[in-house]
Ligand binder design. Sequence first.
Ligand SMILES: [Zn+2]
Length: 174
Amino acid sequence: MSAIECPVCQGKERTESIIVECDRRAKITGIIQCLACGHEFPITMRNGHIRKLDTALPILQSDKLASDVSPDIREDVKEAERCHYHQCYKACVTMCRRALQLSLIDKGIEDKPLGKMLEDAHKVKKLLTDDTYTQAKSIKHFGDIGAHRQEAIEPEVARLVIYTTVLMLNESSK
Ligand SMILES: [Zn+2]
């Protein structure tokens, strides 16, 4: 049994430690979410002992999302980060593509193939600058590979796609 402190809110929002337990013949690899503050951090345990405990997910870009990015889209980016932690890189970039598409629908772009939506947003409605349009096209490019193609997505690429998604969502929310 291990008593773990939430790195963000222990002592402020929570007074008790988080208790995690597994027996001699079990291993836990996963994400702890503190329900007092919502913070997520990864843990690996074996035989009841902590092997690895980080204070935050390896990629924590979703915390940098602008406050006016909608909760649904924020959740998609967080899911992409969880996918990355679990080494599901195709799923990761696919979630980023989803966040991009939903953000365009939020802005009033008609739901149709994403390439067309991006053109509408850039050329017709002027919602995307040249820079954010380029970023969005690259998110689509890798998201399409994740969703449709027989190609691998490298961890570094998935990391970069999350980074670009947060940048693009913040820039286009101004
Ligand atoms: Zn907490």
